[in-house]
Design a protein around this ligand. Structure first.
Ligand SMILES: [Zn+2]
Length: 456
């Protein structure tokens, strides 16, 4: 039976069972695969980790949804309980998916939850962390396996497609705190007094996918906050892992997918207790549940997608004299970084001053527009994107961060000028020369503007 016959059959069923004449205009298929590494492994997140993982509190998953519009135009969204999607991994998966399933890179969105209790997959960190040889070898093997799994997962989601309806709604959850503007220790008191400061985005965008009988098959939901409740040595998807688990317990036939937002400067507070994994996971799941039962905004129209790189620039690295000084620093990361840059210069290589940041815009019909930005983008990116593009009568705007290439932090001009960890301090852990230049935010929004025009 071909899909057109199926559509027709499904249509008859839908009309017969609901009495409604509205036809399902979408096709959707979901798939999931477990990505918990076997045995003990080197964990990502927190440069201070000194030993491998010690057991599993919760398994990690990669999940995919393949959505087609009525004309067969397709988008696949992959969400993962991973710290990062590296540029190499993202590009390799996109290349293979394009070859195998004829899906162009602009049509595949790869997002990670940024859980800090999963595997390290940034291969260059082997030397930064002095990862023992056997565990480094394991990391390389895991990354290769992960690539295979993600490619296969996309194929499974496509193969599972059936007629579907999409609806969008927005909820709220309040546990994210701007970590640059509030001291962690003061958060309980400040929250109590209503005195927490700094930009936050507490919105919880929710895309509900139902089959023709009205059964929920997939629930995509987002939140802009670091998955850093725990810093222990057990595997877990952090609050996002538990939110997905709780939603799936409530809807056993559905796949719940967490899309990380622009939470670069947001922490769940208070944290560092296992009970908070459950508490915030439950809070987020409840926020999603609340709007699942409301009618929501029916999403209809056709799929359009565009992808481009925003041309970002780095400030120059320190001069060789300063770098020599830094090789004697008491800070091991500063020593590592100085050695790296000096060895590149010795080898006659130039340290690149440019970086192409992937940005992707997906119009899901006329009712929802997803803007997916690479890197650990700070919350200003979410707030400004919505301010500029979320218009009455226009599509709802969903901003995802941590998409396609999570190289490090993406500050806005304000955060860059303020400095600190997200402003530029984190660069010591990367192979990039210096902080971004002040053009960073402008470059990002010029690219977003171009892509939004393209999908309109
Ligand atoms: Zn982070």
């Amino acid at each position: 039976m071909n899909r057109y016959f199926l559509t027709f059959a499904a249509l008859l069923t839908a009309v017969a069972s609901s009495g409604m004449a509205a036809e399902p205009t979408w096709w959707a298929g979901v798939a999931r695969t477990k990505i918990t590494p076997e045995g003990s492994y080197w964990m990502g997140g927190y440069a201070s980790r000194k030993r491998p993982s010690e057991g599993t509190l919760q398994d990690l998953y990669a999940k995919a949804i393949a959505i087609d519009d009525a004309d067969g135009s397709r988008v696949v969204i992959v969400t993962t309980d991973l710290l990062v999607i590296t540029r190499d991994l993202g590009e390799a998966v996109k290349r293979r998916v394009a070859e195998k399933y004829k899906l162009p890179p602009s049509r595949l969105l790869l997002n990670c939850s940024h859980t800090h209790c999963g595997p390290e997959i940034r291969l260059y960190r082997e030397s930064l962390h002095n990862i023992p040889t056997d565990l480094a070898r394991k990391m390389h093997a895991y990354v290769k396996q992960l690539e295979d799994k993600l490619v296969k997962l996309v194929g499974e989601a496509i193969a599972n497609q059936t007629p579907a309806r999409l609806s969008y709604a927005e909820s709220q959850a309040a546990f994210a705190v701007n970590r640059r503007n509030n001291r962690a220790a003061d958060v309980p008191r400040l929250r109590e007094e209503g005195k927490l400061i700094g930009p936050v985005d507490h919105s919880v965008p929710v895309l509900k996918v139902t089959d023709v009988e009205g059964r929920v098959s997939a629930i995509l939901f987002g939140y802009a906050c670091h998955n850093t409740i725990m810093s222990f040595y057990q595997t877990s998807g952090d609050y996002a892992g538990f939110a997905q688990q709780y939603i799936e317990e409530q809807h056993p036939q559905a796949v719940a997918m967490f899309v990380m937002g622009a939470g670069g400067d947001q922490n769940p507070e208070p944290r560092r207790k296992v009970e908070y994994l459950h508490q915030y996971g439950r809070a987020l799941a409840d926020a999603v549940e609340k709007v699942l039962n409301a009618p929501g905004r029916e999403v209809s129209g056709s799929l359009r997608a565009a992808l481009a790189e925003a041309p970002l620039e780095f400030q120059p690295h320190a001069d060789p004299g300063t770098l020599q000084e830094q090789t004697k620093s008491s800070n091991q990361y500063e020593r590592w970084k100085a050695h790296f840059i000096l060895s590149e210069l010795d080898a006659g290589r130039r340290i690149p001053r440019q970086y192409g940041l992937p940005i992707q815009v997906i119009a899901v019909g006329d009712d929802l527009m997803m803007v997916a930005i690479g890197g650990e983008c700070v919350v200003d990116y979410s707030l400004r994107t919505k301010r500029q593009y979320d218009r009455n009568g226009g599509p709802a705007v969903w901003v995802a961060g941590y998409s396609n290439d999570v190289f490090g932090y993406l500050p806005t001009r304000r955060v860059l000028k303020e400095g600190g960890y997200e402003g530029g301090g984190h660069m010591v852990y990367t192979k990039f020369p210096g902080p971004f230049t002040e053009t960073v935010e402008t470059r990002v929004f010029e690219t977003i503007e171009r892509l939004v025009k393209e999908v309109r």
